[in-house]
Design a protein around this ligand. Structure first.
Ligand code: GLC
Length: 536
């Protein structure tokens, strides 16, 4: 599955913002890369307070991205190329410009319009928020409104930015209307839905305090029994959606974004009557460390086995620091928005070497893999964006201390020797500036190069097709080495240690993450055709 961050993929109309026309033109790149499906980040009309994750109309396309006719054409063209299309459903919250919220503000306290959201009276005579809940982007999860009579009044809940008010999923109208939104897109031929912020959708009745201290961070992977995250009632919503998907002929896929406390909690999202798969944040956030990766891989497979769901493997997305950059730092793990991570110098050559090894490790694992656009080009995080171009709400809400996610969202370089590198027409300034030195990273530069990261991904994706339906079996190895077989077809050996690894008698090399001779050097991975395959 290839993640398209739409506004940074390709711009066809010269406004510096990626769009559906640009994606349509570049679909052959994705087919040639060898992916099966694309997940497209939100394409709906949006004020873009959070890059489109603030939706003002769920049944239309933002004019900056195109029209519904473009979406229909995209679906037809993708299907003709054998690519499935997954769209993003942001149903925990709407935009503050959505007609439901506009009407709720205008209608005032106690109105039925307000019942679609969480409007509450403040504490301490209205001056303090109703409870201690916090926003994923920093600060309190409540904002006080000015009532129609001009006085400060109720507060409303937003677990993300203030421009993203949370819907109350206890409201029957919300549930029915979102059913209709799902049908709208399935009827048009969308093959699947990525469920944004799934664990946020249910809240404990009465909205009790979570026990967050004043400096609390939004670390949902550490929370147990939190009243605003991973509340069990969320599964009723997911089952309802699954029934809708299943009512269509053919396959309709649901993939949940669920950053929760460990594989067991995650496995609840992929029970047989809920989502088909869920992003694996334990893997994404795991440092470049063999023992820890092995533990995550084992825990993932063990937790999913009882529910019969396939695993997913993700190295990067539009929400975290790109892994080429992370893997070149002292701390190689990831966190949402790059929050609260110790800063250290970045060694990009080391990061790229590890990223290429991580690609072979990841693409050898059983289940579905996600590739975030630009990962196949080995792109790094852009760490030196000028402050004034930053758009991620994290930057403002953290009081300009956390730069946020713009550095992984810089528009893709397609061809040429200077910005916009074919992303837009020559001379157009892209919505985030690209580094001037990306000429050797473009698709056009990498396509003919047998040693490029693009060629590595293409080859791996082609070889990977023969692995379908095969389990994995670990091989004995040193502590810093991950070695496993996928049936008779493939042995993967990844060296995360400091010493070379002897490959004698292991098999014939099919693909290596970087060139080598003899022993496998550190920070490299190799795919072999095993001489003595272990039973999977
Ligand atoms: C998800 C998205 C992220 C967005 C958030 C709020 O985490 O991936 O980009 O900011 O939800 O919708």
């Amino acid at each position: 599955m290839y993640e398209v961050y739409l506004r940074s993929f390709a711009d066809s109309d010269g406004d510096g913002i990626g769009d559906l026309g640009g994606l349509r033109e570049r679909l052959p790149h994705l087919a040639e890369l060898g992916v099966d499906a694309v997940w497209i980040t939100p394409w709906y009309p949006s004020p873009m307070a959070d890059g489109g994750y603030d939706v003002a109309d769920y049944c239309a396309i933002d004019p900056r991205f195109g029209t519904l006719a473009d979406a229909d054409a995209l679906l037809a063209e993708a299907h003709a190329l054998g690519l499935r299309v997954v769209t993003d459903l942001v149903a925990n919250h709407t935009s503050d410009q959505h007609p439901w919220f506009v009407a709720a503000l205008a209608a005032g306290p106690g109105s039925p319009e307000r019942a679609r959201y969480f409007f509450r009276e403040g504490q301490a005579g209205g001056e303090e928020p109703p409870n201690d809940w916090i926003s994923a982007f920093g600060g309190r999860a409540w904002t006080r409104v000015v009532e129609p009579d001009g006085r400060p009044g109720q507060w409303y809940l937003h677990l993300f930015a203030p421009e993203q008010p949370d819907l109350d999923w206890g409201h029957p109208g919300v549930r029915d209307d979102v059913d209709g939104i799902l049908r709208f897109w399935f009827d048009r031929g969308v093959d699947g839905i990525r469920v944004d912020a799934a664990p946020a959708m249910a809240k404990v009745a009465g909205l009790p305090d979570a026990g967050h201290g004043p400096e609390a961070a939004f670390e949902s992977r550490a929370w147990v029994g939190n009243p605003h995250w991973d509340v069990d009632e969320v599964h009723e919503i997911l089952r309802r959606w699954r029934r809708i998907g299943d009512s269509y002929e053919g396959d309709r896929l649901f993939v949940a974004e669920a950053v929760v406390n460990g594989p067991e909690r995650l496995s609840r999202y992929v029970r047989p009557d809920e989502m088909h798969t869920s992003f694996n944040f334990d893997y994404l956030t795991c440092p470049w460390d063999a023992a820890r990766l092995r533990a995550v891989i084992e825990a993932t497979l063990a937790a999913l086995e009882p529910v019969g769901a396939p695993a997913t493997w993700v190295l990067s997305s539009h929400d975290e620091t790109r892994h080429v950059t992370r893997f070149g730092r002292a701390w190689t793990g990831a966190a949402f928005g790059g929050a609260a991570l110790p800063a250290s110098p970045t060694h990009l050559a080391l990061g790229l070497r590890r990223a290429r090894a991580a690609a072979l490790l990841t693409l050898a694992l059983p289940g579905s893999s996600y590739i975030y656009q630009g990962e196949e080009l080995g792109l790094p995080e852009v760490e030196d964006l000028p402050d004034e171009v930053l758009q991620d709400p994290t930057w403002a809400r953290s009081g300009h201390t956390v730069r946020g996610r713009d550095g992984c969202r810089v528009p893709l370089p397609w061809q040429g020797d200077r910005p916009p590198f074919g992303f837009s027409a020559p001379g157009v300034q892209s919505w985030l500036p690209q580094p001037a030195d990306w000429a050797s990273s473009t698709v056009a530069a990498q396509r003919p190069d047998p040693g490029s990261t693009l060629t590595l991904y293409r080859t791996a994706l082609r070889l990977r097709r023969s692995l379908r339906g095969t389990g994995m079996a670990w091989r004995p190895s040193a502590r810093d080495v991950l070695a496993f077989d996928r049936g008779r077809a493939l042995r993967c050996v990844a060296n995360l240690g400091n010493l070379p690894v002897d490959l004698a008698g292991q098999g014939r090399v099919l693909l290596a993450s970087s060139p080598f001779d003899g022993e496998l050097p550190p920070d490299m991975a190799v795919w072999l055709l095993p001489d003595d395959p272990a039973a999977a």
